[in-house]
Structures are given as structure tokens and as C-alpha cells.
Ligand binder design. Sequence first.
Ligand code: SF4
Length: 430
Amino acid sequence: MKHIVKVGKVTIGDGRIVVQTMCNTHTDDIEGTVAQSLRLAAAGAELVRITVPGLQDVPHIAEIRRRLREAGCDVPLVADIHFSAETAIACASVVEKVRINPGNFHRDHEKAREKFAEFLEVCKKHGTAVRIGLNHGSLGAFITEKYGNTPRAMAEAAMEWIRMAVEHDFFNVVVSLKASNTVVMAEAYRLLQQAMEDYGHVFPLHVGVTEAGNGDSGRIKSCVGIASVLSAGIGDTVRVSLTEDPEAELPVAKYLSDRYSRTSSSDTASCHSRTCSGNLSRQDYILRAACDWGPKLLNREVDDITFPEEMDPAEAEYLRNEILQAARRRFYKPEYIACPGCGRTMYNLQAAFEEVKAKTAHLKDVVIAVMGCVVNGPGEMADADWGYVGEGNHKVSIYKGRTPLLRHIPEEEAADRLVALIEAEGLKDG
Ligand code: SF4
């Protein structure tokens, strides 16, 4: 049975790919968050997610929602919750959808299950939708001890919560299994879709590549991963996570929605002919190339990429390198992981990421993460070799893998200290 999910006025799971994004304002900045939500809704976001770091922010998101409705904007809001079951339960009566990772509700797995059951009852009472959102970097020991930190572990972890929802007669569920590694995320979604079909309850999937970075690389990595899932007929809603202003995500998400929606009114053939018209913007050309080649590379149907002969050779070589790296077939520069930032970010993440990229561009065979907060950043860095994690207050922590090596480093020194540590490890190119 395929379940259709209602999130306020929006339907997820009817074949159309729903476009969503997330505010990067602080939730206690009510005016700023309302203004950004209005801009995002006007630019095509069908759902707007807002972080709710703790119980003290529940009245803030309630007020944001009230002001949006007063302004005539009925975009459904999604509360983004990490760790706090109490905050999730409180939000369930306030907004249209709540995103949680139930495994983080409590250190004790049985207690996490109890809290999830309590949460579902509140959602049921208020008609609130739920996203069970599991990321590659934040799987609990309960599951990794059994399956390792693998796509299979992600799918199995999701299935536990899906079964619980079904056992509680709760079906307003969307599921996501994000990773910054495109191979891992595509495989995780495929395994989960198969597991849901075997179970007999297929829930809509929210598809995304997490911490994709910015610029061409972030767009290409997002398209390679997301297109690999959507082109297989899997997935119902997308968020493109870029370390840029969230408005910049929407043209990419809309391109993916236009290209892969499966409703009777959507027409891939006309989309395709439109994008082949030769009048594409550079961005659209890049998105199309990443969507054309990404799935083939991830499925190992091809090993390399060609572009038309009339294309500028330097641009063709650059795009070839970028797409091959996004598909993890060849690494020509450091692999960057950078979160998009949200209301938990307490420093200038976008500027820090640019500085780290500029100072580490000469390195090779290294994965560097730049993360917006110390609460989730270290856990979400997944397989990064090095992490630059903003603490706020103009201070940064530097991690080697999951271990903090330096704490409270002044922001202006942090990128240089990171490079010095990496080079001292002998990972310097040449
Ligand atoms: S890691 Fe980034 S996106 Fe995730 S909660 Fe922290 S600041 Fe927000």
C-alpha cells in the first residue's frame, strides 16, 4: 500500500515532486524568519522548515506561523527537531509537520521508542505529519553495531520507526535517509524503498544530499545524488542543501521537480526538449549535465563523460571533473562537506567555508567538513577526515574524524591551523 501524506495544503506522494527548503535565520528572530519564509514561499518553496532548538523556541515558531497566516501566506511549516522529544511533542500541536530522528530521543533505545509512541499520539490528535529523518552521520550505536555505518544500516534504522508508526495506526509519515556521499544515499534510498515494498507499506520519501557544499560543486553533487534516486522512480519531495542563502536552493529543486515529477500533467519529454534547446543558462546546463550523467555513473553504466565538441574545452574538463567527483568516480580536489546552516548557526558559515576552500584547494585525498554548530555538526560530519566546526562567539573547534583536536580557536586563525594540522599528517599533495 502506497501512503499519501498531507502536510497542510500540500500532498506528498501523489507522483509530483514537492519542493522544500529551510530557513537559516535564528528562530527567536521572529521578524527575520517571517520575512525569509515569505520570500521562500514566493520563490516556490512548498514547505518551509524552521529549526526549533529547544522548548523555549516553540512559542517563537507558533508566532512565526501566526504572522505568516496573518500575511496571507499558508505555506506549511516543518519544525526541525534534534534530540529533544519534549520539543518535538510540543511542536506537534503547533505546526503542520515535525522532522525528527526518533533514535536521538533518548540514549536508552527502549526509552526512545516510548517517547516516539507518545509523540505519534500527539501528531495523530492534531493531524500533524512527521518526517523520520535519519542521516548517515548520526546513526545510533544500536544499529551500527549490527550493520556497520552502511546504507543497509540507514534503511534498517528507518524500518524500525516505520513499523512502529504502522503498529500505532499512524500513516502520515515521510522518511529521509540523507548522506553527503552520493553513493551511500542513493543505495540507502533504494534499499529502503525495497524494504517498504516488502513490508507492504510504502511511505513517501524526502530525498536529499546533505551537506552538499556550495557553488557548482554543491549543485552538481545534489543533482547527481538526487537524480539517481528520482530517475529510478523513487522519491516524492526534495530539498537541495546548499551552503548559500536558501533562496538559491529553489531553482535547483524546481529543476529536479520539473524533470522527475511523475504526475499525468508533467511531461518529461517536453522538459527534455526544452533543456536541449541550446538556450540554456549556464546553471541549467550544469544541472542538466549532472542529472544526465550522475545516475549513469552511480549505476556504473558508464565510466567517463563526454561533452559536445563545440563546448569550451576548459569548461568541459571542469564539468567532467566535477561530475566524476560528485559521483565518487575520481577525486581531483578535496572532498568538501558543508552544512547549509540553520537557526543553530552562530557564525558566518558561508564566509568560513569559502576561506577553508581557498586555503585547502591544493590538498588531495582528504575530506574536509565545515559545519555550522557544535550540537549536530560533529555527529553529522559522517566520514570526514577533518572538521571545522563553528562554536559561535568567533571561536572554532577543529576535529580529526570525530575527535576534537583544538577547541576555542579564534575564527581568524582557524583555517590556517586546520591546514597546518592536515599538512602535518602528511596528506599534502605532491
Ligand atoms: S550542522 Fe548545520 S544545518 Fe545541522 S543543525 Fe548544525 S548548523 Fe544547522
